[in-house]
Design a binder for this molecule. Structure first.
Ligand code: NCD
Ligand code: ZN
Length: 472
């Protein structure tokens, strides 16, 4: 007797779509057969007309927990993930305390596990000389990768990001310099794990922002002028050169410009394995949407011009971009209502991402097999959790997302499961909705209802093959 069987669905895996039956037992995929062999299961899901996918993975989530949990916490964000068809989320380390060493890793593991509706990985943070000596220990604990907030200053006690940094501010650790970054990379290179960066050059941002401010510019275009594509390009190129010299696996987070995508593509064509991700807001928005959406769409790096949006789509289609993630980064509505220059950057994303990308499948921008590659298979491979996650192979975790490509929905902020419901996509009509989220055999969401339990989610640890490490 199986625990669960999923019948009549179109199963998507490794580039193929097949009408298959999935059998699940003890949280694992037991068998995948081309015909229903009539074996019984305690529970049956009839997926007629729907697609059955490996569970989706969101590699970039800021749940603010512990820390400014008045904005968001892990119980809320992992419910939002379940609601949005996501079976694993990788939690960013800009918490208070940050995940900067083995003790804080253990604390965070316990904290998140007590609240998790879905499985989770933990990013470790790089804070230069403050924690270079802890990188190897963090690696052994099982971080999914190492994150460096390049270009950001952080508060010297809470380690919270300073969104609108000006030199001379008190109680801040100023942005690190390139030499500091090289040292971090040398440490991380020894782990074989990914060194992932927020890519905006702070020196350039300071200069460009003060030029804009002198002219009295306050528009959305002025915000872009203060943090232009050149800021991304400089950091991407510097990062690539430092990565080549250190041998670290370099990954560019949330690319926002055509220039950034092209720089990564050049390095890939030279044979250097740099990777880059993007997010729905860079794919579906541009400056032209600001008059309608307003400050809710302020994010770092900023959403830029139509040409950038097109350049990022080109990077999705030619394979330069490895995967799509949300950069879920909630702030309260009050925080997002002030002046465009002083409000914090970031918005919700984990719950709406799958529907936005399924809508792109319906519009013919990508295929359903591309969707699975971008949202499940490639994230799992890159971060060393494939095939345990991101596959439907017998013997692996029964993480499954079932989607209805024909169902229409309007994204409405009041329906989001996050604590703060700030989204740039309020009122956005989409076609394509996740209808079931299954984590290790347990149905945690069905038809929009959360059916899972708080505390069910477990830590996912990567397996890193050090032989595959990049040679300097
Ligand atoms: C993120 C946050 O608020 O944590 N904000 C954002 O605009 N993307 C930080 C980050 O990823 O840069
Ligand atoms: Zn970032």
């Amino acid at each position: 007797m199986w625990d669960l069987k999923i019948i009549n669905g179109k199963v998507v895996s490794s580039g193929y779509v097949n009408e298959h039956t999935l059998y699940i037992k003890d949280g694992k995929i037991g068998a995948v057969t081309s015909e229903d062999n009539g074996e019984e299961a305690s529970r049956v899901i009839d997926a007629s007309g729907k697609y059955v996918l490996p569970g989706l993975i969101d590699t970039h989530v800021h749940s603010r927990d512990p820390g400014p949990t008045y904005k968001e916490d892990f119980a809320h964000s992992s419910r939002a993930a379940a609601a949005g068809g996501i079976t694993s989320i990788f939690e960013m380390p800009n918490t208070t305390p940050p995940v900067d060493g083995p003790e804080h890793f253990d604390l965070q593991h316990q904290n998140l596990q007590s609240k998790a509706y879905v499985d989770f990985g933990l990013w470790g943070i790089c804070l230069g000389s403050l924690n270079n000596h802890q990188i190897q220990a963090l690696n052994e604990k099982g971080v999914i990768g190492f994150k460096f907030f390049w270009g950001y200053a952080v508060h010297s006690e809470t380690y919270q990001l300073i969104y609108n940094y000006k030199p001379g501010m008190e109680n801040v650790i100023a942005p690190f310099n390139d030499g500091d970054v090289f040292e971090m990379m040398q440490e991380v290179a020894q782990t074989g794990k990914i060194f992932a960066v927020h890519a905006e050059n702070n020196d350039l941002i300071q200069t460009m922002t003060s030029l804009v401010e002198k002219k009295g510019g306050r528009s959305y275009e002025d915000l872009i002028a203060g943090r232009p594509d050149l800021a991304e390009l400089l950091t991407v190129n510097t990062g690539i050169e430092l990565a080549k010299a250190s041998g670290v696996r370099f990954h560019v987070l949330h690319v926002s410009s055509e220039a950034g995508v092209k720089a990564v593509k050049r390095a890939q064509e030279e044979g250097y394995p740099v990777t880059v991700e993007t997010c729905p807001h860079y794919l579906f928005l541009s400056n032209e949407d600001y008059p309608e959406i307003g400050p809710q769409m302020k994010v770092y790096p900023p959403v830029k011009y139509k040409q950038d949006q097109e350049g990022i789509w080109a990077g999705i289609k030619d394979g330069t971009i490895s995967h799509v993630c949300s950069d879920h980064a909630p702030h309260t509505e009050e925080e997002k209502e002030g002046d465009l220059w002083s409000i914090p950057a970031g918005m919700c994303g984990v719950e709406s991402m799958a529907s936005l990308m399924l809508n792109a499948v319906n519009q013919g921008e990508i295929s359903i097999t591309d969707f699975v590659r971008l949202m499940a298979e490639e994230p799992a491979r890159m971060f060393g959790i494939y095939p345990q996650k991101g596959s439907l192979q017998p013997g692996t975790d029964a993480d499954i997302t079932i989607v209805d490509l024909d169902q229409e929905m309007i994204i409405q902020k009041e329906n989001l499961h996050s604590k703060s419901k700030v989204t740039a996509f309020d009122g956005f009509a989409v076609k394509g909705v996740p209808t079931e989220t299954i984590v290790r055999g347990a149905i945690v969401m069905q038809n929009g209802e959360i059916t899972g339990d708080k505390g069910y989610g477990r830590l996912v640890k990567p397996v890193v093959n050090k032989q595959k490490q990049v040679q300097p």
